[in-house]
Design a protein around this ligand. Sequence first.
Ligand SMILES: *Cc1c(COP(=O)(O)O)cnc(C)c1O
Length: 378
Amino acid sequence: MGQSKIWLSSPHMGTEELKNVQEAFATNWVAPAGPFINQFEKNLSDYTKAKHTAVVQSGTAAIHLALRLLDVAKDDVVLCQSFTFIGSSNPIVYQQAQPVFIDSESETWNMCPEALEMAIEHFLKLDKKPKAIIVVHLYGMPAKMKEIIAISKRYDIPIIEDAAEALGSTIDGYSCSSFGTFGILSFNGNKIITTSGGGALQSNDEPTIAKARFLATQAKDNAPHYQHSTIGYNYRMSNIAAAIGVGQLEVLDQRVQARRANHAFYEDLFKEVEGVSFLKEPNGFFSNRWLTCVVFDQDKNHKLNPDKFRLHLEQDNIESRPLWKPMHLQPIYKNELYFGGQVAEQLFEKGLCLPSGSNLTKQEKDRIQSSIFSFLDQ
Ligand SMILES: *Cc1c(COP(=O)(O)O)cnc(C)c1O
């Protein structure tokens, strides 16, 4: 073998990130405070048009803060998309609230509005109005926000928009993370841009974001001594991470273009192959194509066994992964309520994510192509 590993999605630095970090060192802003934090927050708001932003240590922390700010507490019901990464739902449990999982629809793979409404009706009959809806834009594809916002308004339940995978994605030109009461972003190492680890909470309401900063700073009261009247967290982003983020945001649009080009590359590669399908962009939807996913139909083409395909690529030192395992199938969540059918389950069974980094080289794409062709030809 001897060939270097091709990753699913690896960090891709531009030219400004290291300069910014050096500037942070030179000015000794090596702390969870400093000018790059303010800059990064402002630039994120400018980019997504969500008016206010607090950057924090992770996307998971941002969701946790959103739940706290919505006063989600013990035994409250929170409705969450099942087809997602566990960072979406764990903060519900941090608050000792009850996660209830909702299936996806097949057009965007995100929260199914009908299943969402069924779940809300179920809990209203029990006189237990859900406290929040966590909708996810998985793999960068926006969810059906028009329908979900209509439901949110009709029942007066706030939306937390998990845009961890969807920075750069839009519906009718409006950015993901700007639709909900809260939007959250992640800058983990595998995301479309990274700060090595980090996240952001966004909202149009300034006092709410000010309160998020307060909670993220151990809820330290405004006093000369250390005084605390509520429980907070140490969730602030460091100025070093923000320095990286400021540089990364400058190249975000290029990263989106490169990821979309990867998607086009795979569509082209599989175009003659029976039984392979891709997630299409509905009218007005623009996906950053964070990861390219394929869905294999073995009834149409017996060769398309996702496990065998993945192991074949692995032998050529190429990483691929099954799609997210739905939360209602996770051992830790198996006793939680679930509303919907089998859309997410089927996607988990039949789908795979392919190498999608914005830094994939021509040679790497050639290697991927020949590995896939050799699998299909055997
Ligand atoms: C990455 C991710 C998160 C969590 O973000 P972290 O920064 O890793 O905590 C949440 N939701 C989704 C859908 C993600 O992909």
